[in-house]
Design a protein around this ligand. Structure first.
Ligand code: BEZ
Length: 210
């Protein structure tokens, strides 16, 4: 098992999925990608989570982002479970679910945590950039369903940070002011951002240029 860090290239793998076999980096093809694991098919929290991710299809598309799930169940179980997910959340699952019964991918991404009950995967989230590098890692216990609005918000912040010298403050939402990186001296920041607010010499906010 590799210990994965932000900035690492996402490890590649081949796997079967509910939409057929894939080679991961070839499948993501340089797109932003949200790769998330869940403990198992036919479990209640997972059923709600996978339904929510399906309902958010337009939001992922707006952000040119692909989504892909994983559990250690075989592909036949995914196919039996997907209708339940679709029925419960009144949606259509339009993304692949990786089948990882031999746990090869789960181990590669350190998704199995011995302190979390059986040897199924915990609720990991990896946001991977177009450069195939890991931009964000979140790990939730099996008992706690994730908030995919937060994952969208973080994705927005990551995508914004690629467009200029920006960081995002606590609880930032798209459309709000951002922090101008300390790499930009204040005199240059004033020239670039007409509404620059110097709260502290190290905390300058402005409206980002789109
Ligand atoms: C669930 O998805 O509900 C779940 C799965 C494994 C352990 C706990 C909860």
């Amino acid at each position: 098992m590799a210990c994965l860090h932000l900035g690492d290239v996402a490890p590649d793998f081949a796997a079967d999925t509910s939409e057929g076999p894939i080679s991961f980096l070839e499948w993501k093809k340089g797109a932003w990608t949200v790769f998330f694991s869940h403990p198992g098919d036919f479990t209640p929290v997972c059923t709600t989570e996978l339904g929510r991710v399906a309902q958010l299809a337009d939001e992922w598309a707006k952000r040119d982002t692909k989504v892909i799930a994983l559990s250690v169940d075989p592909v036949a179980e995914h196919h039996r479970w997907i209708p339940d997910v679709e029925e419960v959340s009144n949606t259509s699952v339009g993304y692949p679910i990786i089948a990882d019964p031999d746990k090869k991918v789960a181990e590669l991404y350190d998704m199995i945590h011995p302190g979390e009950g059986d040897a199924s995967s915990v609720r990991s989230v990896f946001i991977i950039g177009p450069d195939d590098r890991i931009k964000l890692i979140l790990i939730y216990p099996k008992s706690t369903g994730r908030n995919f609005d937060e994952i969208l918000r973080a994705l927005d912040a990551l995508q914004l940070a690629e467009t200029g010298p920006y960081a995002t403050p606590v609880d930032w939402r798209p459309g709000e002011r951002v922090i101008i990186s300390t790499d930009v001296p204040t005199d240059q920041a004033r020239e670039r951002f007409a509404d620059l607010d110097v709260v502290k010499p190290y905390l300058r906010t402005a409206t980002p240029k789109t």
